[in-house]
Every structure is written in structure tokens, then in C-alpha cells.
Design a protein around this ligand. Structure first.
Ligand code: SF4
Length: 150
């Protein structure tokens, strides 16, 4: 299975107090006003990777404790995203977080069941704030056992 990926690196800032392998998907259909990642709006600005290549890169990041998907918009490639999440859960056991411009309530269960943290909602320039997340409408959900808390 293939997906469009813009960049992969070890991140010290995307998940609070954790070192994570950050996977930036390319392609975003949400197009928030004054988005800071406009270079990731077009899928073709990334590289087409197989799930095997992506898993290999993640498994090879010995520093990271977690994986975090960002973009671009990861859920625009939902089949690839769910497939990679399932493989990661089975093959690396690294917890997985995701940033999405979509709202938590519309995310499919087959995706959520693989995640431990979701930062959701579009970037709103009029609600921009210092700190994290970038705008005050964005919500952070964390899993506690089988329950999600915001
Ligand atoms: S969802 Fe993210 S990448 Fe897409 S336009 Fe909004 S801020 Fe930019």
C-alpha cells in the first residue's frame, strides 16, 4: 500500500514531554486561512512511500518513544493511515498520536482504536494563541484505557 509523505524526523516538540517520530503527510483538502504548512497542501510535494518503507523508517528511529502523524492532513489518506497504524501497533508497540484539521467526532473507530492522543480541529487565524495548540478552538483528546478525555 502507498501513501504520500512529505517529511520524517525525530521531534522533541510535537508531543509534550515525549520524543516522537514525526511523519508529515503531504496533501490537505481543508485549506485553513493562513495555514503555516501551505507547502504541504499538494500531495505531489511529498514522496510516494510504501507502508513497508514507512514502517522501516519508524522502526529505525531508536530515539523515539512514540509516533506522531501530522501534515498536511493525515485523514485525507485514511486507508493508508489506518493500515499503517494497525501495522505499527502490532509490529512496534509504539504509542501513536495524530494532528488533524478535522473534528474528533467524525474520526472512524478503526483509526481511533490505534491512537493515544489526537489534536483536532482546523487552524483558526482569528483564534490564534501563544502556546499549544496553535488556535484556541483546537482540542486535545487523550485516551485513558477505553475512554477518551478532552
Ligand atoms: S488542516 Fe493543517 S495543513 Fe491543512 S490547511 Fe489546516 S493548518 Fe494547514
Amino acid at each position: 500500500m502507498n501513501g504520500w509523505i512529505a517529511r520524517i524526523f525525530t521531534s522533541f516538540i510535537d508531543v509534550p514531554d515525549k520524543i516522537a517520530t514525526a511523519i508529515y503527510f503531504s496533501g490537505c483538502s481543508i485549506r485553513c486561512k493562513n495555514c503555516h504548512n501551505k507547502d504541504l497542501w499538494e500531495k505531489e510535494n511529498g514522496t510516494l512511500m510504501t507502508d513497508d518503507q514507512l514502517i522501516e523508517r519508524i522502526a529505525g528511529d531508536k530515539l523515539s518513544e512514540m509516533v506522531v502523524f501530522l501534515g498536511g492532513e493525515p485523514t485525507d489518506q485514511i486507508d493508508f493511515l489506518v493500515h499503517v497504524c494497525k501495522r505499527l501497533k502490532n509490529e512496534t508497540q509504539k504509542p501513536i498520536a495524530m494532528y488533524t484539521g478535522r473534528e474528533f467526532e467524525i474520526l472512524p473507530d478503526e483509526l481511533l482504536e490505534n491512537l493515544v492522543m489526537v489534536v483536532c480541529g482546523p487552524y483558526r487565524e482569528d483564534l490564534r494563541q501563544e502556546g499549544w495548540p496553535a488556535s484556541s478552538n483546537q482540542r486535545v483528546f487523550k485516551r485513558k484505557g477505553d475512554t477518551w478525555k478532552c
